[in-house]
Design a protein around this ligand. Structure first.
Ligand code: UDP
Length: 247
C-alpha cells in the first residue's frame, strides 16, 4: 500500500484519510507484519521536533504519522501538499475500538491517571461488550517500572496498543520498547483516555469543523496557554518553509 507523504517542517506526514488508515492497520495485524509505531502529530509536536533533532529523528522513524489537528491541515494546504482529512488520536481510537470488537483483536490501554484509565475501560466495554481487552495500566510509572510494564504487555499479546502518556513521552516509550513488546500496532494517543472516560469533553462539532478545537481546550484548561504558544510559532515556521519552496 503506497502512502504519499507531505513534509511538514521535515516531518513526513501521511496524506491519508481515516478509511485508508483503518485498512493499513488491518493489514499490519492480519498479515502479521513487524511491529508498527503510529504517531498522531499535531502542530505542537511538529514544532517541537523542528527545534529538537533527537525528537525529529524519533518521529521520522515512525511507520505512520497522521495529521492530527487543524494546524497541520492548514500547513498541508499552505505547502501545496493537502491532507484529505484530519486524523486525530480520539477519532482514530474510537474507530479502531469498533473495528477491534468486530475482528476479535485484543487491545491494551496504557496511560492516564489510574481512575481515568479504569473509567475509560468500563465505558468502552459498555459500548463494545464483545471487545477483548487484554489489559490496562495507568501512565504514572517510574523508569524502574518500565521493564515490568513492557513485560506485561508482551505477555498478554494485544494486537493493538493505545499509549496515552502525552507527547512526546508516549512516542519515546513506544519507539524504545516496540520490539520488546512485540505488538503489531502501537499508537500514541495523547489525552484520548480522558475523553473516553468522560473526564474531558471534546469541543462541539461546529468548533471542530472550524478548526477551533484548540480554543475550546484553551478555555477549559488555561494552563495549556504556554504550550499553545507553539501554534503561532508553527504557523510562522511553515510560512517560511513555503516561502523557501517558492524561491
Ligand atoms: N499522562 C500520563 N503519565 C504522565 C503524564 C501524563 O499517563 O507521566 C497522561 C495524562 O494523564 C493525560 C495524557 O497523558 O491523560 C496527556 O494528555 P494531553 O492532553 O496533555 O496530551 P497531548 O496534548 O500531549 O497529546
Amino acid at each position: 500500500m503506497h502512502i504519499a507523504k507531505a513534509s511538514i517542517l521535515g516531518i513526513p506526514v501521511a496524506q491519508i484519510n481515516m478509511e485508508q488508515l483503518l485498512t493499513w492497520v488491518e493489514k499490519r495485524i492480519e498479515e502479521r507484519q513487524p511491529p508498527a509505531h503510529v504517531v498522531t502529530a499535531n502542530a505542537e509536536i511538529i514544532y517541537r521536533a523542528w527545534r529538537d533533532q533527537q525528537l525529529a529523528h524519533l518521529i521520522q522513524q515512525a511507520d505512520l504519522i497522521t495529521a492530527d489537528g487543524s494546524g497541520v491541515i492548514w500547513a498541508g494546504k499552505k505547502l501545496n501538499t493537502p491532507f484529505p482529512e484530519r486524523v486525530t488520536g480520539v477519532d482514530l481510537t474510537q474507530r479502531l475500538l469498533a473495528l477491534a470488537a468486530e475482528k476479535g483483536w485484543q487491545v491494551y490501554f496504557l496511560g492516564a491517571k489510574p481512575e481515568v484509565v479504569e473509567k475509560a475501560v468500563l465505558r468502552v466495554l459498555s459500548q463494545y461488550p464483545n471487545l477483548q481487552i487484554s489489559g490496562y495500566r495507568h501512565g504514572y510509572f517510574s523508569k524502574q517500572e518500565i521493564d515490568q510494564v513492557v513485560a506485561n504487555i508482551h505477555m498478554v499479546k494485544p494486537q493493538l496498543l493505545f499509549v496515552a502518556l502525552g507527547a512526546p513521552r508516549q512516542d519515546y516509550f513506544i519507539r524504545e520498547n516496540l520490539t520488546r513488546m512485540n505488538v503489531p500496532v502501537a499508537i500514541g494517543v495523547g489525552g484520548t483516555f480522558d475523553v473516553l472516560a468522560g473526564t474531558v469533553s471534546r469541543a462541539p462539532k461546529w468548533m471542530q469543523k472550524w478548526g477551533l478545537e484548540w480554543l475550546y481546550r484553551l478555555c477549559k484548561e488555561p494552563r495549556r496557554f504556554g504550550r499553545m504558544l507553539a501554534l503561532p510559532r508553527f504557523v510562522w515556521a511553515v510560512w517560511q518553509q513555503s516561502k523557501n519552496l517558492q524561491n
